[in-house]
Design a protein around this ligand. Structure first.
Ligand SMILES: [Zn+2]
Length: 190
């Protein structure tokens, strides 16, 4: 690895972090689990320089692009969950605003320029604690045509009853789409 050829991240390797980290990112000293003040959490601490490895979920931003009461979904071309359906989204870069990340990822994955309308919700899955998903509602021009890409093997717009509910990529996908479907299927008057 002493050259500068671009590399493809190995998903299985990436998922080992932070659980399997053993050395300090700053000084390469050994990490040891210690009690950290003020709230006495048990965290990995560098034995040499004292750096505390605080870890938390990585933030993902995505959007439900709605055109004529249908939501844009894509069939994933990348791991994890290749071949399963979800909405466009991806990791927020350090320094990037969440809504900007949702717009960027949608353009990258399906070639669509979208406008963010508002926050839909924030979703997490305790069984997959490495990420939390910030989901926006978004719109695209009526005639806009999303395109497949290596990241999106198929794309399409789905009414709630057309969503492949048994073929969704993540629990956060199901929860976010479920909240949207419940709202638009709800009768306007009670
Ligand atoms: Zn250190």
């Amino acid at each position: 690895m002493d050259h500068d050829d671009p590399i493809e991240p190995n998903h299985h390797l990436q998922r080992r972090y932070p659980a399997d980290s053993r050395f300090c990112a700053l000084c390469a000293g050994a990490l040891r689990i210690r009690t950290v003040l003020p709230d006495r959490k048990r965290l990995k601490v560098c034995e040499r320089c004292g750096f505390v490895e605080f870890t938390g979920p990585k933030a993902v931003a995505g959007c439900l692009v709605i055109v004529e009461r249908r939501v844009l979904l894509l069939k994933r071309g990348n791991p994890p969950q290749i071949g399963k359906w979800t909405f466009p989204g991806g990791y927020i870069d350090l320094g990037e605003l969440p809504a900007a990340a949702a717009i960027r990822e949608t353009a990258e994955e399906v070639g669509l320029d979208v406008a963010i309308e508002r926050l839909h919700g924030v979703y997490a899955d305790p069984a997959r604690p490495e990420a939390m998903v910030i989901v926006y509602m978004a719109t695209a021009d009526r005639g806009a045509a999303p395109a497949a890409s290596p990241e999106a093997l198929e794309v399409g717009f789905f009414a709630p009853r057309e969503i492949p509910w048994n073929d969704l990529a993540f629990r956060t996908t199901r929860d976010a789409l479920g909240d949207w479907a419940a709202r638009i299927d709800a009768p306007p008057f009670r």
